[in-house]
Design a protein around this ligand. Structure first.
Ligand SMILES: Nc1ncnc2c1ncn2[C@@H]1O[C@H](COP(=O)(O)OP(=O)(O)OP(=O)(O)O)[C@@H](O)[C@H]1O
Length: 335
């Protein structure tokens, strides 16, 4: 897969009252084209700084950022304007003009670029349809719900044929139901328009729901990064376990029973494990806890399962391991 952005040893420092603060510290990262790339981290991790480098609000102190292989900070004049129409930002607090209608807000980036009124209106109406705001063209932001305001923000980002959306905590001002609706909209638009989406958030449920690749940041550094499926398949991945946390253990297994912590990164192909184990091993199994989650656009599951191995070790344990290997089921490690 080709890369949309490549960050090579990028650092960003700020000076505050004589002290140097490392907002980003030697960050190297590849954001694949067409990915829904979630960047997660607690407050102060450096997420906003990273986004502000991508939308040219800041320049790196050192290191290089490439957009489709070209160093970003080589862009001059018209190239910068072109870049910023292709790489648009969606904001946490929507950043709408309160004295302008929905239609005017959405058409604004085109007006700034000197696009004719006829084309502006056509494009703005198309964007309104894409985000499902028909009928709200003449409403003012104060007459809209939070979710509707963010739809305006998304339409405004799309109006100049954006190919990349940079999303700055786009759902943190919304309730959980509206969050899901907005994430579904972003996922739909990504597929329809072949977008790359980079989303920063402190909320794990947001990355779990929408992202297909995830980076965890802490103290200005990348802790871990990877595709959701790959991270789930890696038993040692901290990020993988955060994406699919261990369900409650419940009480301890009975004497002679052995508890397995099973991660099914590809539920559809792997769920036959249980019937397979029953058929081939004639072993009694009891699901203690767990369930199926929607992760990175597909179903994944984590189950705690007790197997009755009384008097049947080690043969059954070995046979179980064989089936787990055949099915690429990962044994989890609780954090
Ligand atoms: N313009 C600035 N001047 C000085 N320090 C800054 C500036 N911008 C960011 N910082 C500092 O850099 C560090 C990283 O901040 P950043 O906003 O990128 O983190 P974040 O992960 O986005 O956090 P949050 O989720 O709270 O926005 C913080 O310690 C912050 O105080």
């Amino acid at each position: 897969m080709s890369s949309e952005f490549r960050l090579e040893h990028v650092s960003k420092t700020f000076s505050r009252s004589g002290e140097v603060l490392h907002a980003l510290d030697d960050v190297s990262l590849t954001i694949p084209s067409g990915s829904f790339f979630g960047i997660v981290g607690t407050s102060g991790a450096g997420k906003s700084t990273l986004l502000r480098l991508l939308n040219l609000l800041e320049r790196p102190t050192s290191g290089t950022i490439r957009f489709r292989d070209r160093p970003l900070h080589d862009f001059k004049g018209p190239e910068v304007r072109h870049y910023l129409s292709k790489v648009a930002t969606i904001f946490q607090h929507f950043n709408l003009f309160h004295g302008k209608t929905v239609l005017e807000n959405i058409a604004l980036p085109l007006a700034v670029r000197g696009v004719s009124k006829q084309v502006r209106l056509k494009k703005a109406h198309e964007a309104i349809e894409r985000v499902g705001l028909q009928g709200k063209e003449n409403a003012y932001p104060s007459q809209l719900s939070g979710g509707q305001k963010q739809r305006v923000g998304i339409a405004r980002a799309l109006v100049a044929d954006a190919e990349v959306l940079l999303c700055d905590e786009p759902t943190s001002a919304l309730d959980s139901e509206t969050t899901t609706v907005i994430l579904d909209l972003l996922l739909k638009l990504k597929d329809q328009l072949d977008l790359t989406i980079v989303l920063i958030t402190h909320a794990w449920p947001v990355v779990r729901y929408a992202a297909d690749s995830v980076t965890l940041m802490q103290g200005g550094r990348v802790v871990e990064t990877g595709g959701v499926r790959d991270l789930l398949h890696d038993a040692d991945s901290y990020l993988g376990r955060q994406l699919l946390p261990a369900p409650d253990f419940g009480s301890s297994p009975e004497n002679g029973w052995v508890r397995y912590d099973l991660i099914l990164a590809d539920v559809r192909a792997q769920s036959t494990f249980f019937s397979e184990a029953a058929r081939r091993l004639d072993v009694t199994a009891s699901v203690v806890s767990g369930g199926v989650e929607r992760l990175g656009g597909a179903d994944a599951a984590r189950f705690k399962v007790d197997f009755d191995l009384r008097g049947r070790e080690p043969a059954v344990r070995e046979a179980l391991s064989t089936i787990l290997r055949e099915k690429s089921i990962v044994l989890g490690k609780a954090l």
